[in-house]
Design a protein. Structure first.
Length: 288
């Protein structure tokens, strides 16, 4: 089971969330048949959404992260509930680009940089709270950092990473969000920045040393402690009842056409690939 750790440092002037999301990204890869670059892009978005969603304490709350940068990957959607369990998809899951000059997957090129990074928080009110910023890099972590500063007014540092193995399985995946509380001293900020600059590559730490070591390196010499551990994972919330309710929008004429052609109504969930089949005549009777 994947997990999220919460830590504080420097007398609670620094708060940190870190996620090991290897299993949830692997599940997403298997469901959607993701290419390595698509695995990296969607995996980063899923890990980010999980950390954002898990800190929401309202019952049945959710966070939806949408990224549309105009790149060949198409849009990315990642949704998390308030327990940190996520689901998501990309429009073009099989898209692959050449590696960058440094040998890394070209996530920014696949996502694109001409578009918006949007976060929607639904806490059960009539309308969700929606905030958007223009994409900066398409690499997702940098864009999330920009969003947290511009939309939420919270100075933050974020990192997200997915390591794809030679057999296309997910070798490591995860990330962290570090936030500074109001009144943080400049020397504290400088120390945190130095730690992040000097730390090993995120996916290497996750693969070789584990999630605790991520916190150790980011919060080194900052009097830190882990205060909570919670599970995370990939989980779809679709159900026959929800799909059937959505089909109420299908017109009587369309249903009659399907009946005449002796066809069923088939709906495929974009998040998990599950297929739901309904008898068109039965759906029509419920409308009458």
């Amino acid at each position: 089971m994947d997990r999220i750790l919460h830590a504080t440092a420097a007398g609670d002037m620094i708060k940190m969330s870190a996620i090991d999301g290897k299993a949830l990204v692997q599940k997403a890869r298997e469901i959607h048949g993701l290419s390595p670059t698509a695995s990296a892009a969607l995996g980063r978005a899923l890990c980010a959404a999980s950390m954002l969603g898990e800190v929401m304490k309202e019952e049945n709350a959710s966070v939806t992260l949408r990224i549309d940068g105009g790149g060949p990957l198409g849009g990315i959607t990642a949704v998390s509930d308030s327990e940190g369990f996520v689901r998501g998809y990309v429009v073009n899951p099989e898209i692959e680009l050449p590696l960058k000059a440094d040998g890394k997957l070209d996530v920014g090129g696949a996502v694109g940089r001409n578009g918006m990074f949007t976060v929607s928080r639904d806490i059960g009110l009539k309308e969700p709270y929606v905030g958007s910023v223009e994409l900066m890099s398409g690499e997702i972590a940098e864009d999330l950092t920009k969003y947290l500063l511009e939309s939420d007014q919270i100075p933050s540092a974020c990192a997200l990473g997915v390591l794809v193995d030679t057999d296309l399985s997910i070798k490591a995946a995860g990330g962290f969000i570090v936030q500074l509380m109001p009144g943080a001293e400049d020397d504290l900020i400088d120390k945190l920045e130095d730690n992040i600059f000097m730390m090993d590559q995120l996916t290497t730490i996750l693969d070789e040393d584990g999630l605790e070591e991520v916190i150790e390196q980011v919060l080194k010499d900052l009097d830190h402690r882990v205060v909570e551990e919670v599970p995370a994972g990939y989980r779809c919330s679709c159900s026959e009842g929800k799909v059937k309710a959505a089909l109420a929008a299908v017109s009587k004429d369309d249903l009659n056409e399907l009946i005449a052609e002796d066809k069923e109504v088939e709906v495929v969930c974009r998040f998990c690939g599950r297929k739901y089949c309904f008898d068109a005549a039965s759906l029509l009777k419920e409308k009458l």
